[in-house]
Design a binder for this molecule. Structure first.
Ligand SMILES: C[S@@+](CC[C@H](N)C(=O)[O-])C[C@H]1O[C@@H](n2cnc3c(N)ncnc32)[C@H](O)[C@@H]1O
Length: 330
């Protein structure tokens, strides 16, 4: 598809955001870019992943000769960013000026607190690992993707392919969930789309500093107060706290209260189509199902890919009465 799909704009009450610079087709890759900044999610994650490329180790790691905390999967990674950071800090700042205990890894841990602009690069999905225990291996800030605002009914979602061989494994790929008209804002959901209203609002206020007034929140704010039983969530977008032991889980609450005034009529739950079509029901991954890019002849692919478990689903299965809880990958 020709032409840049996105343009940045100042949006009242939302800071900057990205608008569709032209009509965008469902499944289109609307943005692919390299991180501006990439750092480990926590010191604890360092032994599991290469500290330069963030791929899982397939053989024994070579420890960083400077800090011994980090490890590398190959000589080229060992010569890459992390050792250069040690050297740069040493060259720029005389050792006596460094605060006690300073290390690049500590710096990375501080950077990981910058929650609002970072995307989590998650551990690979494994069905046996419950979503609350799935951790980020790294955080990444991207020049343009970090301008994407949140909507609880997003029109795009992002993919990362951290263990993919070759260059670009930490690039972000943003795809359109459905057709987007020129001029519309392109938004992601900053966490799994099935979170309950109160959990969404709490997270967005506490971690991102705003009260969400999207179309979905306007409807759901009128619903009976959600149960207070869990703060469940399964965040994989703009990054997730790791050190607090998780505490976030895939919340299966398709959330309207049942009984006691709750009703599942279309009037009360006008966005049910969104969850049927775009929420992955494979295992408990709660990822977004985004159509694959359009075919060379411009036709929609009719195949959807989950951005968490990688499951592929035919549109026919999604439209099946049982929601098609099987997959092309199975
Ligand atoms: C990743 S940044 C997105 C880019 C940001 N708007 C900017 O100007 O840099 C996340 C921040 O954008 C703002 N934001 C994102 N979605 C929003 C929304 N739906 N309504 C209001 N503000 C939003 C919040 O300030 C949030 O902390």
């Amino acid at each position: 598809m020709a032409g840049d799909a996105l343009r940045a704009a100042d949006l009242p009450g939302r800071g900057r955001g990205l608008l569709a610079a032209r009509n965008i087709r469902e499944g289109e890759v609307i943005l692919t870019e390299q991180p501006l900044l990439l750092y480990p999610a926590s010191l604890a994650s360092l032994p599991s992943f290469c500290s330069a490329c963030f791929r899982s180790f397939s053989s024994a790691a070579s420890p960083c000769p400077s800090c011994r905390a980090a490890g590398f999967c190959s000589p080229s990674c060992a010569a890459a960013s992390h050792p250069r950071l040690h050297a740069m800090v040493a060259a720029l700042v005389p050792p006596q000026m460094l605060p006690p205990g300073f290390s690049p890894d500590l710096t990375a841990a501080f950077l990981s607190k910058d929650r609002t602009n970072s995307f989590s690069i998650m551990e690979p999905y494994r069905p046996e690992v419950p979503q609350p225990l799935r951790k980020a291996r790294a955080y990444a800030v991207y020049p343009r993707a970090s301008l994407l605002n949140h909507d609880c009914l997003p029109n795009a979602c992002h993919f990362d392919y951290a263990d993919r061989p070759g260059p670009g494994n930490t690039d972000i790929v943003v795809r359109a969930l459905h057709d987007i008209t020129e001029g519309r804002e392109v938004c992601l959901s900053y966490f799994a789309a099935n979170w309950q209203y109160k959990d969404r609002q709490q997270r967005l206020l506490e971690d991102y500093g705003f009260r969400c007034e999207c179309e979905r929140c306007q409807v759901e704010s009128k619903w009976k107060q959600d149960d207070d039983s869990d703060g469940g969530d399964g965040d994989d977008t703009m990054e997730e706290e790791e050190e607090d032991g998780g505490g976030e889980g895939g919340d299966d609450g398709m959330e309207q209260e049942e009984g006691d005034g709750g009703s599942d009529s279309d009037d009360d739950f006008p966005h049910s189509y969104f969850f049927v079509r775009y929420l992955c029901n494979h295992g408990e991954c709660y990822g977004m199902l985004a159509p694959l890019p359009p075919l060379p002849n411009g036709e929609p692919s009719h195949v959807f890919e989950c951005n968490v478990c990688g499951n592929l689903k035919n549109e026919d299965e999604i439209n099946a009465p049982d929601g098609g809880d099987s997959s092309m990958a199975d």
